[in-house]
Design a protein around this ligand. Structure first.
Ligand SMILES: [Zn+2]
Length: 225
């Protein structure tokens, strides 16, 4: 039997713990009526009023997508954590305009976010990883990997942690910045090293840390990027 923890209330998706017996709830996947079961024996859950061959993967996918959609649509915090040069940074998407499953040129992203001239796709991965042609488009994409209903609870909390839950990033600005930063860091390191050598070089050798080394041929060309 399918035991769902989330259902559609009038306008929003709610968790079973917030459900009230008298209210009507519907399945996010098959749209049929759900009944809250809040007994003492089993974990709280929603059950389909009538037998349904509802698909759990599709339920996870639609619920994740709609939780994020509702949050951003209603200007609530939805924070994505991402790694940047050894640190975890936070990015709040709440001020973005959001569309759900709308065609955008040749793609239909799960969620399409826009703000000024910035565009980001959010893709939910339950069983289907993002297609390569989307990645090739150079559009920034956040791919959120959902395993189970616990992940849905984390989404509902409004902060998607990077350290605990896997997120894939493609074509994002911070990744480009990070690449540039690391490249610059490498260049600086090389430059310092190179200057050090230059200061202490003679025609035939270089002196490094007080030791004389025979000067390699093509010192410059072989070490530069
Ligand atoms: Zn259903």
């Amino acid at each position: 039997m399918i035991m769902y923890e989330f259902a559609k209330s009038e306008n929003e998706i709610i968790h079973i713990n917030e459900a009230i017996k008298e209210k009507k709830y519907h399945c996010i996947e098959c749209k049929r009526e759900l009944i809250p079961c809040q007994g003492e024996i089993r974990e709280y859950h929603f059950k389909h009023k009538r037998e349904s061959n509802c698909n759990k993967e599709s339920y996870l996918h639609k619920t994740a997508k709609n939780i994020i959609y509702e949050k951003i649509k209603n200007n609530q915090n939805f924070v994505i954590e991402y790694p940047f040069i050894g640190e975890i940074k936070k990015f709040n998407l709440k001020d973005f305009d959001i569309e759900i499953e709308k065609k955008d040129h040749e793609f239909i992203p799960d969620l399409n976010l826009k703000k000024e001239n910035k565009k980001i796709y959010i893709e939910i991965n339950v069983t289907h990883k993002i297609e390569q042609n989307k990645i090739n488009s150079k559009i920034p994409i956040i791919e959120i990997n959902i395993k189970d209903q616990n992940d849905l609870k984390i989404l509902k909390s409004g902060i998607w942690k990077y350290s605990k839950k896997p997120t894939n990033f493609y074509n994002c600005q911070f990744q480009i910045q990070q690449k540039k930063y690391l490249r610059q860091k490498y260049l600086n390191k090389f430059e310092n090293h190179f200057l050090q050598i230059k200061e202490e070089e003679s025609k035939d050798y270089i002196i490094l840390k007080g030791r004389k080394h025979k000067k390699p041929k093509k010192l410059i060309t072989s070490t530069i990027i």
